[in-house]
Design a protein around this ligand. Structure first.
Ligand code: DHB
Length: 289
C-alpha cells in the first residue's frame, strides 16, 4: 500500500499509484475542517531520511469526499487516514467518510509526532477510548497507526486491539529535529518534525516483532522500505502487509512494480505459494531453536 500522507487527496494521483502496482492507497490524513498546516520550511532532507512537519494540512472531510466522488465506480481500494483533536471530531470524520463506497478501510492517525493528536497515541486509555468510539461507527476494517515515540508501544497496540481495531499500522514517524549550522535556528519552522526513511526501518522492524508476540490482529509494517528484501524482513518480523511512504518519494512510482517483481522471484525461488507463509517466520524459527 501507499502509506498515508505521501500524496494529497488528488483522486487521479491516487489512481496512478494504484495502477503502478500498489494494492491499496492510503489518503493524506483528513480532519473535520480545512487546515492550512504549518508555515515553511516544513520538510528537510537528512542523510538518513526525511524530516517533515506539514502540520496535517488537508481540505477537510467534506471537500475530500467531493474530490473522491470523481473516482466512484473505479474500484480503487482507498483507505482513508483520519484524525481529529477530540473524540467527537474523530466520530464526525469517520461517519462522513464511510458513506463513500470507494473507501475500503479506515486508518486512525493518533500518532503524528508533533501535533496535539500525538497525545492520544501515547496514552493507552485515550487510545482505547478513541478506537472504541470510531469502532462503533465504522463497519469497515479499522487500522490504528501507532507512534514509536513511547516507552511501551506494545501496551498501546494492545489497547487498540482491545478496543476493536482490525489491524495495527507500525510505525508512524519518529519525533526528530535538525538545526542550521550558520544560524543555529531549527530548520523546521515547527522546530520538531517526524523522521521517515532508512533510519527508522530497524526501529519499525523491532516494533513489528514485539507487537507480533503480544497481539492477535494483523500488523502492517511501514518505515524505510525501498526494496523487496525490506518487505521480506517486515514479514519475517510479523507483518501481514506493508506500506511504502518515503521510498515512493525517493524512487517514484515504479518502486511498487520493482518490489512486486522482486517478491515474486523470491517466492518462486523458495517455492512459496502465499507470502502470508512468511509472516512471523523469525518467531517460528526462534521458538524451535
Ligand atoms: C505529519 C503527520 C504525520 O502523521 C507524520 O508522521 C508526520 C507529519 C504532518 O502532517 O505534519
Amino acid at each position: 500500500m501507499l502509506a498515508a500522507g505521501v500524496l494529497g487527496i488528488s483522486p487521479f494521483l491516487l489512481k496512478r499509484v494504484y495502477l503502478a502496482g500498489a494494492g491499496a492507497v492510503v489518503s493524506k490524513s483528513i480532519g473535520p475542517v480545512p487546515r492550512d498546516g504549518n508555515k515553511n520550511p516544513v520538510i528537510v532532507g537528512t542523510d538518513c531520511g526525511l524530516l517533515n512537519s506539514m502540520g496535517l494540512p488537508n481540505p477537510g472531510v467534506d471537500e475530500f469526499i467531493k474530490e473522491l466522488e470523481k473516482l466512484e465506480g473505479s474500484n480503487i481500494p482507498i483507505i482513508a487516514s483520519i484524525f481529529g483533536s477530540n473524540v467527537e471530531e474523530f466520530e464526525l470524520v469517520a461517519k462522513k467518510i464511510t458513506r463513500l463506497s470507494l473507501i475500503k478501510a479506515i486508518e486512525i492517525n493518533i500518532s503524528c509526532p508533533h501535533s496535539e493528536i500525538s497525545q492520544i497515541g501515547q496514552d493507552p486509555n485515550l487510545t482505547e477510548m478513541i478506537v472504541k468510539r470510531v469502532r462503533d461507527i465504522v463497519n469497515l476494517p479499522l487500522f490504528v497507526k501507532l507512534t514509536p515515540n513511547v516507552t511501551n508501544v506494545v501496551e498501546i497496540g494492545k489497547s487498540a486491539e482491545k478496543a476493536g481495531a482490525d489491524a495495527l499500522t507500525a510505525i508512524n514517524t519518529v519525533r526528530a529535529m535538525a538545526i542550521d549550522v550558520e544560524t543555529a535556528y531549527p530548520i523546521l519552522n515547527n522546530i520538531y518534525g517526524g523522521l521517515s526513511g532508512p533510519a527508522i526501518k530497524p526501529i519499525s522492524i523491532r516494533i513489528v516483532y514485539d507487537l507480533y508476540k503480544s497481539v492477535k490482529i494483523p500488523i502492517i509494517g511501514v518505515g524505510g522500505i525501498k526494496s523487496w528484501e525490506d518487505v521480506i524482513e517486515y514479514f519475517y518480523a510479523g507483518a501481514s502487509a506493508v506500506q511504502i511512504g518515503w521510498g515512493f518519494i525517493q524512487y517514484d512510482m515504479d518502486i511498487f512494480y520493482k518490489i512486486l517483481k522482486g517478491l515474486l522471484e523470491f517466492l518462486d525461488r523458495k517455492k512459496i505459494n502465499n507470502i502470508q507463509e512468511l509472516t512471523g517466520k523469525t518467531h517460528n524459527i526462534l521458538s524451535k531453536s
